[in-house]
Design a protein around this ligand. Structure first.
Ligand code: GLV
Ligand code: MN
Ligand code: MN
Length: 580
């Protein structure tokens, strides 16, 4: 660790990390002692957050223009790689946009040129970031610029201390490599979509299996619903197991970390145990859940439902958009499509210590607090439905406005009602994410409109209040407009509070790294919600970059944050060793 004995030592370090900023150096001096590099990075970021607007902008100004060769960026390292590869045209465009940026915001464009893996960004990525960030409102862009500055400082500190987040790099590397398996047409565009039992999905299962074997798991198999299960044996046969994992399917045009991080973090930790030849007083069972996102069929959490004995036999007859039944898709994938085999996947809770899941946060909370990790205290309740409104298709030119029975207009009213009613309840959210006029034409009043509804809230009763308002509203709107409506519930999950004991283990693990263990609820659904019905569960969140954006190709995190997640996982294991 750093030996910082005097004010001058601190001022020199702060100067190396952020440039000359006596106010920052003085406050950093007052913050000593700091227990770890992570604590040091966090404290510096917090001091900058608490600083005045002028002080913050002065740091950015001191950093300089990235496109000038004498800028403060680390040109000698991977941060300088882009300059060698950029075409003349790209360089010219960058200079133009950087000048526009500086005019617009009043400070220079500050990018972390090294990227999440510290291997260097390409010119196209930098140009993309420039274009994207030019669209940000000034306050949001200031926050983003400061985060980039902290990331640059983080890499400089790592370099100074000779730190390399090898486990985090491994996790990100696996995420990148698994993302090569994607479905057409997204694959051709370098984008990611992996829905249940597609060719890409099966390729992912094969890849996970291979990597788990390489990590040193003792048993690896793909189960009857496509979950990839790796078991690392305990030091004795009858020992309990710690169950962990997350999903490897994705939404359409997804990010690369959602779900997958929760498989790779424990895999990296098991690999370390195997390398040391170390056995624990409990086994570690890592599950790559086959399905969580509910994309291909109108049912979600298929993988975790199987593990808790709640796989609904009716799901086997659900059809995908092409009309293929789940049963057929399973048979095509070489799975038995047989309820007896699926029921056999139910875990016996007596054999397990609990279920823990690591997941990217998928929201802005941790990033706004400069915190790399968060501990989930509860997962929000959720409800999903598919609806259809039926009216009368008629001529768009001849049907008077008063005589129309427009199905899409009715759904539009319901959509706005959903938005209003969720906004009126603290913590509730409602989304119509799918909206379709089947066979619609530019000159035809919509006779049918299909839509999805997704309502979530921190408590079941709150979720049900919003849901009831929307359902009632749908029927009222349709009555008034002379339309028919139907709504089919596809998911209802209660809120899942974390197990107090497991939550405390995560909190101790995170605090042991020298960073605050921020308690938070999860707005997103997770496999832990299902596992909650069978086992005590608790989740660890990892900060996402770019405002925590998720269900979006921009989803990202850094090797450093994922390293901390791995270290927290290792500490959690040690914590269990003490009490097992
Ligand atoms: C899963 O990602 C969900 O929360 O919808
Ligand atoms: Mn997701
Ligand atoms: Mn997920």
């Amino acid at each position: 660790m750093l030996q910082l004995f005097t004010r001058a030592d601190v001022a020199a370090l702060v100067g190396e990390l952020y440039g000359c900023a006596p106010w920052l150096a003085e406050r950093a001096w007052q913050a000593l002692p700091l227990s770890s590099p992570a604590a040091c990075k966090l404290r510096l970021a917090q001091i900058v957050r608490e600083a005045t607007h002028e002080q913050q902008v002065s740091l950015l100004l001191a950093h300089g223009d990235f496109s000038a060769s004498d800028s403060g960026t680390d040109e000698a390292g991977p941060g300088g790689a882009w300059r060698m590869q950029a075409s003349e045209g790209e360089l010219r465009r960058m200079r133009e946009l950087a000048a526009e940026y500086a005019r617009q915001f009043g400070w220079p464009f500050v990018p972390d040129l090294a990227g999440p893996l510290a291997r260097g960004l390409g010119a196209a990525q930098i140009l993309g970031a420039l274009q994207r960030r030019l669209e940000n409102p000034p306050e949001m862009e200031l926050a983003e610029s400061l985060r980039q500055l902290h990331r640059i400082a983080e890499l400089r500190l790592n370099g100074k201390l000779g730190l390399r987040p090898l486990l985090g790099e491994q996790v990100l590397d696996w995420c990148e490599r698994l993302a090569r398996h994607s479905e057409p047409p997204w694959r051709e565009q370098g984008r990611l979509t992996v829905t249940y039992l597609s060719e890409a999905h099966r390729a992912c299962a094969g890849q996970l299996r291979e990597w788990m074997n390489e990590c040193g798991f003792d048993e690896v198999h793909v189960d009857a619903v496509g979950n990839v299960v790796g078991l690392y044996h305990a030091d004795r046969r009858d020992a309990p197991r710690l169950l962990t994992g997350s999903h490897y399917d994705t939404v359409r045009d997804a990010g690369r970390l959602d779900g997958r991080v929760g498989i790779f973090v424990p895999m990296a930790c098991v690999r370390e145990l195997a390398r040391e030849g170390r056995r624990l007083p409990f086994g570690i069972e890592v599950v790559g859940f086959a399905e969580e996102e509910g994309q291909r069929f109108a049912a979600a959490f298929l993988g975790s439902s199987a593990l808790i004995g709640a796989f609904d036999p009716a799901w086997l007859d659900l059809r995908d958009a092409q009309g293929m039944r789940m049963r057929e898709a399973m048979l095509e994938a070489g799975l038995p499509a047989d309820m007896q085999a699926i029921h056999a996947l139910r875990r016996d809770p007596a054999r397990y210590l609990g279920f823990v899941e690591v997941h990217i946060e998928q929201g802005p909370v941790l990033e706004a607090l400069d915190l790399p990790l968060g501990v989930v205290h509860s997962i929000n309740a959720s409800w999903r439905a598919l609806g259809e409104v039926v009216g009368v298709a008629s001529h768009a030119g001849t049907t008077p406005m008063q005589a129309r029975r427009d199905a899409a207009c009715a759904v539009a009213e319901v959509m706005l009602l959903a938005e209003r009613s969720a906004a009126a309840e603290p913590g509730a959210v409602a989304t119509v994410g799918q909206l379709e006029v089947p066979g619609g034409s530019v000159n035809v009043v919509p006779g049918r409109c299909r839509f999805s509804l997704d309502v979530r809230a921190p408590a079941d009763a709150l979720r049900d209040r919003v849901r009831a308002v929307v359902e009632k509203g749908l029927h009222e709107v349709c009555r008034r407009r002379g339309l028919r409506a139907q709504l089919r519930e596809t998911l209802r999950e209660p809120a899942a509070p974390s197990d107090a004991g497991l939550q405390e283990r995560w909190e101790r693990a995170v605090a042991g790294l020298g960073v605050e263990a921020h308690g938070m609820s999860s707005g997103a659904g997770h496999d832990s919600m299902k596992m909650h019905r069978l086992l005590p569960q608790a989740m660890l969140f990892v900060r996402g970059s770019l405002g925590g954006i998720s269900h979006n190709a921009l989803e990202s995190s850094t090797a450093d944050d994922l390293q901390l997640a791995c270290l927290a996982f290792q500490r959690m294991i040690e914590d269990f060793c003490v009490s097992c």
